[in-house]
Design a protein around this ligand. Structure first.
Ligand code: NAD
Length: 365
């Protein structure tokens, strides 16, 4: 489902929307601020569509449409499998954030979000931070991810890392028979926001942790605090390890990297880790490497903003909900082995079944 690539060159937008079954696309334009945004509402069966706003300097408008369609659909699946009562949506704002992002543009965008009367809720994504959400909030209540000291849920990365940690423990249980990570050799690719919080959990449990990043300062921020090994980014796939945790960019699992892997489990935070979803999920399974689906185990961040949407944000409630990733991950592995399908496909099926069954209940048939 996620892997479908809409052909936006056809100039047939309704046809394009139907390829991934989108409900609504909202084009937002403002002359004065230069705002060009597209809000993609993929599916609202479970509840209002929710997903972050990304600002990016797209090569073409077609590329922006393609991205918002792909990303909003991904949010439907992620929100469904995380057990949240929200549907999937996403926004892309076209433009260079360093040059164009300002209060006026964000507030104008906030007015567009407000005009949807709560059908879509936004939050931070690439090139958008908590401060930006504050500007959007000046125009609409339908925004989450504002700073904690303003009554919001703040940075979602710690909760994302917490969920990845639980997904990794479930994977260890499946493969090694115990969910303890003590003594396990774990390589974390990407020492960024999620990576650094994940390392805290792993060290606390006594894992042998190795990190890799393309920036020295990111490595240092972890080695200053923990006794971890460091691996050159070019050597990260070939290292002997028990668990590989991709926490950098997408598409790191591909036809070049998978044959090099020497691990039993892949469990990380990065979105869209599989370059070609079906092909590379199969390739991992053929190599007997257990893959914990990214959209499942990295859902702690969206769970965090979801509880802000509900009101009365409470971190303990979010942690309790996020730790359920452990059970759901085990369910996914069970479903995969019962139906002889990849874990990626199993997670997709479970998410889609939930949407379908709740949809039937809501419509009363
Ligand atoms: P980040 O930008 O803080 O960290 C990413 C790190 O990866 C950076 O330190 C970067 O230098 C490093 N990196 C880039 N290319 C690399 C390479 N080839 N080898 C090694 N390191 C490399 O981002 P983040 O917020 O920590 O998110 C990490 C991943 O998790 C992203 O894919 C993101 O989409 C996904 N994710 C994040 C959240 C969240 O709450 N932050 C939620 C869900 C998914």
């Amino acid at each position: 489902m996620i892997e479908a690539q809409p052909n936006t060159d056809q100039n047939q937008l309704f046809e394009v929307m139907s390829t991934m079954d989108h409900e609504q696309l909202v084009f937002c334009r403002d002359e004065v601020t230069g705002l060009k945004a597209i809000i993609g509402i993929h599916n609202t069966v479970l509840g209002p569509a929710m997903g972050g706003t990304r600002m990016w300097h797209y090569d073409s408008e077609a590329a922006a449409v393609r991205d918002v369609l792909r990303l909003s659909r991904g949010m439907t699946i992620k929100n469904a499998i995380a057990g949240l009562n929200i549907g999937g949506g996403k926004t892309v704002i076209i433009g260079d954030a360093r040059k164009m992002k300002n209060e006026a543009l964000l507030r104008r965008f906030g007015k567009f979000v407000n005009s949807l009367n709560g059908k879509y809720w936004t939050a931070p994504d690439v090139n958008m931070g908590e401060r930006d959400m504050e500007f959007i909030k000046m125009e609409t209540p339908y925004v989450a991810g504002i700073p904690e000291n303003m009554g919001g849920s703040g940075d979602p990365s710690p909760m994302t890392a917490y969920g990845v940690y639980y997904g990794m423990k479930a994977s260890a249980k499946e493969v090694f028979g115990s969910d303890s990570l003590e003594g396990k050799k774990i390589v974390v690719q990407g020492a960024g926001q999620v990576g650094k919080y994940l390392v805290n959990h792993l060290m606390k449990e006594g894992a042998k942790v190795f990190i890799s990043d393309i920036f020295e300062d990111k490595i240092k921020s972890i080695t200053d605090k923990h006794k971890v090994g460091v691996i050159d980014p070019d050597k990260v796939f070939e290292a002997e390890m028990d668990i590989f945790s991709p926490c950098a960019l997408g598409a790191s699992l591909n036809s070049k990297s998978i044959p090099q892997l020497k691990c039993a489990v892949v469990a990380g935070a990065a979105n869209n880790q599989l370059e070609e979803e079906n092909i590379h999920a199969e390739m991992l399974a053929e190599r007997d490497i257990l893959y914990a689906p990214d959209f499942l185990i990295n859902s702690g961040g969206i769970t965090n903003v979801y509880y802000e949407l509900l009101g009365n944000y409470n971190k303990d409630r979010v942690k309790a909900q996020t730790s359920r990733i452990y059970e759901v991950t085990l369910d996914v592995f069970k479903h995969a082995s019962q139906h002889k399908i990849t874990t990626h496909k199993a997670a997709l099926q479970i998410a889609l079944n939930r949407i379908e069954s709740v949809g039937k209940t809501k419509l009363g048939y």
